[in-house]
Design a protein around this ligand. Structure first.
Ligand SMILES: [Zn+2]
Ligand SMILES: [Zn+2]
Length: 423
């Protein structure tokens, strides 16, 4: 019986997985540089972790969650995003006792039951950071700068940064009333989902991909124009910090980012390769979220990057070309009688930090060379009874065909010199 991967999932094969690993290790280095530490939370959580935080009226909670009952009848959900679990962990592990802000990053799969389409999967990967415990606008700017500088370090160009402020509890009530009135007046032009959203949370109307809805929302009142003085000051400081670092941005008042927990700053980065709808990364401030999880009032900000989309953009920019994925040494065995000695040398090379492999398929010498070429080994070392007797082995540079003979006792040292010097 043969099985396919479940609908909406895909196998990440070595050529792609290697690129993702590269993206993740570059991210880990840069995040550390900015003071962020790794955290790993469970793949599934109590369903309420997401319904309470992301919001009942969002598409994620209404249509896209992988929710199931476990054997004890508990309702669990595969995480559709990374922020809520990190905040749950922050409260759960008393991280409020630690020096603040607590700066964390995560990488891993997320799950949303969406209609599968090109480049969108039900299991998808994200790289994200959260900084919890400070409402300093300099930290908002740091979060934005970290994302932008990470993208730049990967060679991405032509990025567009959108920013917005969604204000706080003080700004919302008056504005929501205006928005609801506006949406009500345009009810007939809105899709069925949006008509329902008017009462649940009219902010969600900005998320709708329906053309008619987008047209209506273009002229809707924008929260940004209804901020009281504190939030306006905060937003102005964020912009100032970005300007000081010479980061260009566009203020986009429609940017509400699909989740209910955002307050104040929200942001999104668009790559020219992915189309205007598809951000490679985005985030925002969530000053009420820790309270939702039973912690004392604690502000926070973070972002998430879609690994698949990031990989597409980096690929199009040609920036994966520098990844060195070739093996150093292939050991070609001229005769099976020499294999035990050859295996000895194989492990000695590996011990010395040289990547090396050998034939395990009983290939002829000719077939071994063909295999070494196909796998892209840089060098081949020939080992046979004759070589062992003379204590001299031939080393072939697979690119140039150039061949040298060296003393078998010096093989490891010489190979290390060659490999380290050249690459
Ligand atoms: Zn405010
Ligand atoms: Zn709609």
């Amino acid at each position: 019986m043969r099985y396919n991967a479940p609908k909406g999932t895909t196998d990440i094969l070595p050529d792609t997985a290697r690129k993702w690993q590269y993206l993740e290790s570059k991210a880990a280095n840069m995040f550390k540089n900015y003071g962020y530490e790794p955290i790993i939370t469970p793949i599934f959580e109590h369903t309420e972790v997401f319904t309470r935080s992301i919001g009942i009226s969002t598409d994620i909670v209404q249509k896209e969650m992988y929710t199931f009952k476990d054997k004890a009848g508990r309702s669990l959900t595969l995480r559709p995003e990374g922020t809520a679990p990190v905040i749950r962990a922050y409260v759960n592990n008393n991280m409020q006792q630690l020096p603040q802000p607590v700066k964390l990053y995560y990488m891993g799969p997320m799950f949303r039951y969406e209609r599968p389409q090109a480049g969108r999967y039900r299991q998808f990967w994200q790289i994200g950071v959260e900084a919890i415990g400070s409402d300093d606008p300099a930290l908002d700017a740091e979060s934005i700068l970290l994302m932008i500088n990470y993208f730049k370090s990967l060679g991405l160009k032509g990025l567009t940064l959108y920013i917005n402020s969604m204000g706080c509890d003080k700004d919302r009530p008056k504005y929501m009333e205006l928005l609801r009135e506006y949406a009500e007046a345009n009810r007939k032009r809105l899709c069925k989902d949006c008509q329902k959203r008017i009462d649940l949370n009219p902010l969600r109307l900005f998320d709708c991909k329906d053309e008619s809805c987008q047209l209506v929302m273009k002229d809707a009142p924008k929260l940004l124009n209804y901020l009281e003085v504190d939030c306006r000051k905060h937003f102005n400081m964020v912009k100032r910090y970005l300007e000081m670092q010479k980061i260009e941005y566009i203020v986009k008042p429609e940017l509400v980012r699909g989740l209910d927990y955002y307050t104040k700053t929200t942001f999104e980065v668009i790559s020219p390769f992915l189309g205007a709808q598809n951000a490679i990364g985005g985030g925002g401030r969530y000053d009420k979220l820790v309270e939702e999880f039973g912690g004392s009032p604690t502000p926070g900000i973070g972002f998430a990057i879609g690994t698949e989309r990031l990989a597409i953009a980096v690929e199009k920019e040609g920036a994966f070309d520098s990844i060195e994925d070739r093996m150093d040494v292939f050991i070609a065995v001229a005769d099976q009688s020499a294999k035990p000695n050859a295996i000895d040398i194989l492990y000695a090379l590996r011990e010395a930090g040289i990547s090396a492999d050998i034939d395990y398929m009983g290939r002829s010498l000719k077939a071994q060379l063909k295999y070494a070429n196909r796998r892209g080994f840089k060098y081949t070392v020939f080992i046979g009874p004759e070589e062992l007797e003379k204590k001299r082995v031939a080393v072939r540079n697979m690119e140039t065909g150039e061949q040298i003979e060296i003393n078998i006792d010096e093989l490891i040292k010489v190979m290390r010199d060659i490999v380290m010097e050249r690459f």
